[in-house]
Write a protein that binds this ligand. Structure first.
Ligand code: ADP
Length: 959
């Protein structure tokens, strides 16, 4: 159904209500038209309204069609403004109804109404159909007015949302984006727009826009003077703190005073003529980024809930876009950092495309390649890397083909070797892929490891040297080993000079080139240290290394002075040299020279290494010396084990440090009892610390008294003592003095008697009768005999000693012999002594030397008589027992203490005069007796007790 209505847009004259009644009324159509939703009006050709239904009236904010019809044109004008699609006032002739009247054809179009005074916008789609008379004149226009406000708003919102999306997508520059957003929203959605962002906790206005420049200026001023951040009551502050959007539909009423700080602020607001506004939060991923403020004023529009919803949606998108932009910014920044890192990384980094053309290299890689970074771009890999091409190109190809990285390959730049140094690289190559995995190129990380390599080499060299040196204990051998470690790895030639007899003498000399070896050997082998000593000697004397990067002419002059042949040296070709002292424990032992045929071959690193090497050699040589010394000492110590003299050391603290085996043997004191003990306890009574003159002293040893002679000598850690056993020597000495005193005494007595008797006989003044004369002669002969016996005894003892005296064993009648001895003894027997012989009837016959046996019996009987000063019985007994005859001489005399039973048989030994009552004697009788009995195969023994007499006995075999 087509129902036409017209909207009287301009009724200058009163239409007069029912002046020209619209025919529909009459036919009851009125009720029908009044009840439909679309507005319907009918206009006369002059534009005045002939009919309007209620819906049409409602479009203009009126209650009913009649009310609308009742309004004059002026009244109607005050109620709304007609605007076009562009929101600008629409001239009357552009309206569809006017166009229909003018053209006589149906016209249609979109018409907006801004209702006054609120500014609310309504949009209608108007279709105007002219009703033409039969004469062809337009009589009426029927306008059908479809309210499309909400559709249009929805459309508008959709467009806005779309367009803002495009704005955000267009740029990642936040400020530019907000400027564009403000541009988009003003004036289409709002009369002004302000975007505030929270930046480091502070509010920053990032965009501001107003539909009119004057108002924008005012807005800026307002914002400047009353910044929202400083005012917690400001809507922006409120939204930021609550996170809730803020809508003031009618800003004219209360909101202004609420937000205003003071009167002036309020005045500024008023001048702005704000009508309504919205503040929405910019919130993304839980973070409050800022706010968007939107306001209406002069347009007369007012924001409602729908606008708020739109604003929220826009803000949501904006916030997301900002956040993305921020993230992108951060990514950008980190990308920039990465780029800086790439450029300034100390390792070479490069990228190549699939054709192995340089895409990008950093400074480090450019330095390695020797051309500026930018000159790499676009060039072929092979073109840039030169000699490494044949190695690298296949490797890169493989990475591209397999998509597998190659990590940590080492390469060596041999080209650089000519410069005297080999350079080393450690590289990794990896494929560069797009996010979907396609390999689009290759990346490489290249690290120069020359220093590390060098450090490794040094360590290896030193470790090897240490091992080599430690296994030798010979200085020359160590020197030769150093030379071989140094050549050829460190140098072409190496010499070692060591201090020997005041000069530096060459002990090792090695060349890497066998042809050079004899030339090197022909150079001077010694360098004097005195006088004009030259660099080699000076390095030694100062103990400071010397690095000659290039060999100065003077060095050759110097060598020449020391006898080197200049052409020979030139043929060796040394161009750079290191002279390093070999030092150990602060003492310079010699020097090490390392030479190279390359000039500038050595730098400080090499000098360090050479010093290190020399240091290790020094330690090894010093060790060798120490070990040698230790070995010598050990030999000395071993010698002490074997010396016959007792040797012991007493430390400064008085403790015995050493006690040699001889000391233990002589004294019977084991090492473990002495060593470690204080000498004053362990060697109590020893004359320790009494100077260096020998001290002779007795000590009690487990097997009797010892006479020791002790000498002392100080040594740095104490005193060394040596002693020897003088017991024997001392006994001999004793013997000698015993002999002298005994014999001289024993000889003097008979000599004096003989002398006296002889003198008496010679006297002419004394008349001696025969008896007297015979007595004198008797004295002389008796004493002479005694003298002869003493002398005989001495001679016999001496012969027995020397082994000259022998016995002749024969069958001897022992009874016979004993009877003879006793008979002789009877001759001068003291009166109170009784001699008793007890022998078998016959014999017995023994195997003996008769003279010897007689001598023994005489001695024993004489002693028995002599040492029985109080008289008493002396018994001589011969008793055959079991193939032998036991001879015994028993007296009841003085007796002998048990302690002396052994010693009485020693030469010259005589009991103390107290025990022997001063009875004379030589002390030889028992010694001679023992020796003779022993020679006849017997053994003489004594049983005796002081005061109870003695029995001397021996046995001889029966003949
Ligand atoms: P002497 O010439 O002193 O008798 P001997 O060698 O015969 O030398 O004896 C050594 C010592 O032994 C004597 O000096 C004496 O002291 C002691 N002696 C030897 N025979 C006896 C004895 N029958 N009774 C006590 N003492 C004796």
């Amino acid at each position: 159904m087509t129902i036409a209505l017209a909207l009287g847009e301009n009724q200058e004259q009163d239409s007069g209500g029912d002046g020209a009644a619209f025919p529909a009324r009459g036919v009851g159509l009125d009720a029908v038209l009044g009840s439909i939703g679309d507005g319907i009006t009918a206009q006369r050709a002059d534009g005045s309204l002939a009919y309007a239904n209620d819906a049409a009236a409602r479009l203009l904010g009126l209650e009913s069609g009649d009310e609308l019809l009742g309004l004059s044109g002026v009244e109607l004008m005050q109620r709304f403004l007609v605007i076009g699609e562009d929101r600008e006032l629409l001239p009357a002739d552009k309206l569809p109804n006017r166009r229909a009247i003018a053209s006589g054809r149906p016209e249609e179009g979109l018409v907006g109404y801004r209702l006054l005074p609120d500014g609310e916008e309504r949009w209608s789609f108007v279709r105007s159909t002219p009703i033409v008379s039969t004469e062809g004149a337009v009589e009426h226009v029927i306008n059908v007015i479809q309210d499309v406000t909400s559709e249009r708003a929805a459309h508008e919102r959709a467009r806005l949302v779309d367009e803002t999306g495009a704005v955000f997508a267009a740029s990642i520059d936040i400020e530019a984006t907000f400027d564009a957003l403000a541009e988009l929203l003003v004036p289409r959605f709002a009369d002004y727009c302000i975007v505030d962002m929270v930046d480091d906790g502070r509010l920053r206005q990032v965009a501001i826009s107003h539909r009119t420049p004057e108002r924008e200026q005012l807005l800026r001023e307002l914002r400047e003077r009353y910044p929202p951040g400083a005012n917690p009551a400001h809507p922006v502050s409120e939204v930021l703190s609550t996170g809730e959007p803020y809508l003031v539909e009618d800003a004219r009423v209360e909101a202004l005073s609420h937000a205003a700080v003071d009167e002036e602020h309020l005045a500024l607001y008023r001048r702005l003529e704000a009508m309504s506004y919205i503040v929405v939060p910019l919130e993304a991923r839980g973070r409050m980024l800022g706010t968007i403020s939107l306001g209406t004023g002069e347009s007369g529009r007012r924001f409602g809930e729908l606008d708020l919803a739109l604003a929220i949606e826009l803000a949501r998108r904006a916030a997301l876009a900002i956040d993305n932009a921020l993230l992108f910014g951060a990514a950008q920044q980190s990308y920039a950092q990465l780029d800086t890192l790439l450029v300034s990384a100390p390792v070479g980094i490069g990228f190549w495309d699939r054709d192995l053309r340089f895409v990008r290299v950093n400074d480090a890689l450019a330095t390695i390649n020797g051309i500026p970074p930018e000159e790499h771009v676009g060039r072929d890999l092979a073109d840039v890397v030169g000699e490494l091409g044949p190695v690298l190109v296949p490797l890169y190809r493989r990475v591209l083909e397999t998509g597998e990285p190659v990590v940590h390959t080492e390469s060596t730049d041999d080209a650089a070797l000519q410069m005297g140094e080999r350079r080393h690289w450690l590289s990794s190559y990896y494929p560069v892929r797009t996010p979907d995995g396609e390999v689009i190129g290759i990346g490489a990380v290249i690290m120069e490891i020359t220093d590390r390599k060098r450090a490794d080499d040094r360590l290896r060299l030193l470790a090897e040297a240490g091992e080599l040196f430690s296994t030798s204990l010979d200085q020359d051998e160590i020197a030769s080993r150093i030379a071989h470690v140094g050549v050829p790895r460190l140098a072409d030639t190496c010499n070692i000079f060591l201090l020997r007899d005041g000069v530096l003498a060459r002990v090792a000399c090695v060349s890497a080139d066998p042809e050079v070896q004899p030339l090197l050997e022909s150079l001077p082998t010694t360098f004097a240290l005195a006088g004009d000593s030259g660099r080699i000697a000076r390095v030694f004397q100062a103990s400071e290394p010397l690095l000659l990067r290039s060999l100065p002419e003077e060095y050759l002059d110097e060598l020449e002075r020391f006898g080197a042949d200049r052409p020979t040296f030139e043929r060796i070709g040394t161009r750079s040299l290191m002279l390093v002292p070999i030092v150990a424990r602060g003492q310079t032992l010699g020097i090490l020279t390392l030479g190279s045929r390359l000039p500038e071959r050595f730098d400080e690193h090499d000098l360090d290494l050479a010093q290190e090497l020399a240091g290790r050699a020094g330690v090894a040589m010093d060790n060798a010396r120490l070990v040698e010394e230790l070995r010598r000492r050990a030999q000395s110590a071993q010698a002490l084990e074997f010396v016959g003299d007792g040797v012991f050391l007493v430390g400064r603290d008085g403790v015995v440090l050493l006690w040699n085996p001889a000391a233990a043997r002589i004294t019977g004191l084991p090492e473990e009892r002495i060593v470690g003990s204080p000498a004053s306890d362990a060697l109590l009574g020893w004359p320790l610390g009494q100077g260096e003159r020998p001290q002779t002293f007795p000590v009690d040893a487990p097997h009797g008294e010892l006479w020791l002679s002790l000498t002392a000598a100080e040594f740095p850690h104490g005193t060394v003592y040596a002693f020897r056993d003088l017991t024997e020597e001392r006994a001999v000495e004793q013997l000698k003095s015993d002999f002298v005193s005994t014999v001289s005494h024993e000889l003097r007595t008979p000599l004096a008697a003989i002398y006296g008797a002889a003198m008496t006989l010679q006297r002419s003044d004394v008349e001696l009768n025969d008896v007297q004369e015979a007595g004198m002669l008797g004295v002389i002969s008796g004493e002479s005999e005694r003298l002869a016996r003493i002398v005989n005894d001495i001679l016999l003892a001496s012969r027995l000693d020397s082994g000259a005296a022998t016995v002749e064993i024969s069958r001897t009648d022992a009874g016979e012999l004993a009877r003879g001895v006793l008979a002789a003894a009877e001759a001068h027997l003291p009166a109170d002594v009784e001699l008793v012989l007890s022998v078998p009837e016959r014999g017995p016959q023994v195997a003996a030397d008769p003279d010897g046996l007689r001598q023994v019996l005489v001695n024993l009987v004489e002693n028995a008589v002599k040492y029985s000063p109080n008289g008493g019985r002396v018994e001589v007994e011969l008793e055959p027992t079991d193939g032998r005859v036991r001879f015994a001489v028993r007296d009841r005399g003085l007796g002998i203490p048990a302690s002396e039973h052994e010693r009485i048989f020693e030469k010259f030994f005589r009991l103390d005069p107290n025990l022997s009552r001063g009875v004379g004697g030589t002390g030889l009788g028992l010694y001679i007796s023992r020796e003779i009995v022993r020679r006849m195969g017997g053994r003489i023994r004594v049983e005796s007790e002081p005061g109870r007499g003695s029995t001397f006995s021996f046995e001889l075999p029966l003949a």
